[in-house]
Design a protein around this ligand. Structure first.
Ligand SMILES: [Zn+2]
Length: 468
């Protein structure tokens, strides 16, 4: 009964094509969520793929109705060995974004997985089918190597609405708090820092989308007859935006920034390889908050992006002062930002800056989360991964983008550790989504070690200490 046996099993299955076959079956289910989603196809990902697989691993599955109107049901699978044992909660999503079938390179497509240049191509290989697939394969191997007994409990929550912002997920977590109780949340989604660097991330930045608009009158005015004596809403709006974020991408509103970067976060960010070479795209060094490293600017700080900008008719400019102008902006933010007061903060700022004509309206927002990189579970996970890769993984305090981590960290109150099995160039959400085999091969090793070490005394000790 050794970890080597489990490693041997996942490597053999990988080499013999078993993993690829299973992944191809997952990809073939066209489980697109969103408007016009086919609910029967979506749920067939549970019926045909996940439930049989989980049952084989000894899980008891039940579906939980989605409290959000129109939301797909959740799948809760439990594998309880002892009520007193350590319990880990994991998560995955079976839905994908649309296929964009006609945009893939020749010979590739969303629903039939293809191996090319040592990567698997298909919708969902990276987001999220390949990722929870890695975890289930590793769990199965560990279960076999341990003679059918893990030494801990596993709960797994799946949803079919992640790609449309997880409707009902937070409500279900609140409703099922007891059923979802655990010592640790551990799941896989999102990218590694770079393809070559095994990574843990501990939360995600939050985001608030807000609209700025300036509507001054009905109808356009001739710019020759009225220019100079009538206000131009587009000029006012452009300048108002410039007071929020300057021409170098620096956020100008103190209230929309964190107070600083905590020492443990700064230390973790210092070890991340966020550079032009690793990201495959030249970073703008003269953009964003001065004095911060690229990793700190990307992951440790806040940004304001202009998402859209509209006035007049850009397709057919005429000599007129447009009657109105509007823009959608997004604040991406880290823990410690007063994000629930964005509307008030921006309003006050614009009033003080002399732009009372510009209206502010928050459209949507989601919180930022971040487990302290110095947390004992983070140290434990780093050790478990280093035990098989030979070096500690990068620790990204929070993903730059968004996963619904607040449901687990804030509502369930769990320490959250994510082990991503993808990379920034994977083209998730676009044509040519792919997953390099090297990441899967290493991910299987890493997850075998993680699931193996959860059954060792060190994990019990960490859980006991954290419960106190
Ligand atoms: Zn996604």
């Amino acid at each position: 009964m050794t970890m080597q046996q489990a490693l041997a099993q996942v490597r053999r299955e990988f080499d013999e094509g078993v993993f690829a076959q299973t992944l191809a079956r997952r990809v073939a289910v066209r489980s697109v969520s969103g408007p016009n989603a086919d609910e029967a196809v979506l749920q067939s990902y549970y019926t045909d793929i996940l439930e049989p697989e989980l049952a084989q691993l000894g899980f008891t599955c039940r579906r939980i109705e989605n409290p959000a109107p129109g939301g797909s049901p959740f799948l809760l699978a439990e594998r309880i060995e002892s009520p007193d044992a350590l319990t880990v909660l994991t998560y995955g999503h079976g839905d994908v974004v649309p296929g964009y079938d006609d945009q893939w390179d020749a010979g590739l497509g969303p629903w039939e997985m293809v191996l090319r240049d040592d990567a698997w191509y298909g919708r969902g290989v990276a987001d999220n089918k390949g990722q929870h697939g890695v975890n289930l394969s590793a769990l199965r191997a560990v279960l076999n190597a341990r003679g059918g007994k893990l030494g801990y409990n596993v709960k797994a929550l799946f949803e079919l609405g992640e790609e449309r912002s997880s409707p009902g997920l937070r409500a279900v977590c609140a409703e099922q708090r007891e059923a979802l109780s655990a010592d640790l949340f551990l799941a896989s989604d999102g990218p590694r820092v770079s393809a070559a660097q095994p990574t843990l991330f501990l939360g995600s930045r939050g985001g608030v989308v807000f609209e700025l608009s300036c509507r001054l009158r009905e109808g356009a005015l001739h710019s020759g007859n009225w220019g100079g004596i009538m206000k131009n809403p587009a000029v006012i709006l452009a300048n108002a935006i410039g007071t929020l974020v300057d021409g170098r991408g620096r956020v100008q509103v103190k209230g929309l920034l964190p107070e600083g970067i905590p020492a443990s976060v700064r230390e973790a960010l210092g070890a991340l390889q966020v550079d032009s070479e690793r990201l495959g795209r030249k970073i703008d060094m003269d953009w964003g908050e001065p004095g911060l490293s690229p990793a700190e600017r990307l992951l440790g700080w806040n940004t304001i992006e202009v998402l859209t900008l509209a006035a007049g008719n850009p397709a057919k400019p005429v000599n007129a002062i447009p009657p109105e102008a509007s823009a959608y902006l997004q604040l991406r933010f880290v823990v410690g930002t007063d994000w629930q007061n964005v509307e008030t903060l921006v309003r006050q700022h614009l009033d003080a800056a002399g732009y009372p004509e510009v209206m502010v309206r928050v459209v949507r927002g989601s919180p930022a989360t971040r487990l302290d990189p110095a947390h004992p579970w983070v140290r434990w996970a780093k050790d478990a991964i280093a035990a098989v890769t030979g070096e500690a993984p990068a620790v990204n305090p929070n993903l730059g983008g968004t996963v619904p981590n607040d449901a687990f960290s804030d509502i369930l109150g769990l320490p959250t550790v994510w082990v991503p099995h993808s990379y920034p160039g994977c083209k998730q959400h676009a044509a040519n989504e792919h997953l390099p085999r090297s990441i899967v091969r290493q991910g299987l090793d890493m997850m075998v070690s993680v699931f193996w070490h959860l059954g060792e005394p060190e994990a019990q000790a960490v859980a006991k200490a954290a419960r106190r």
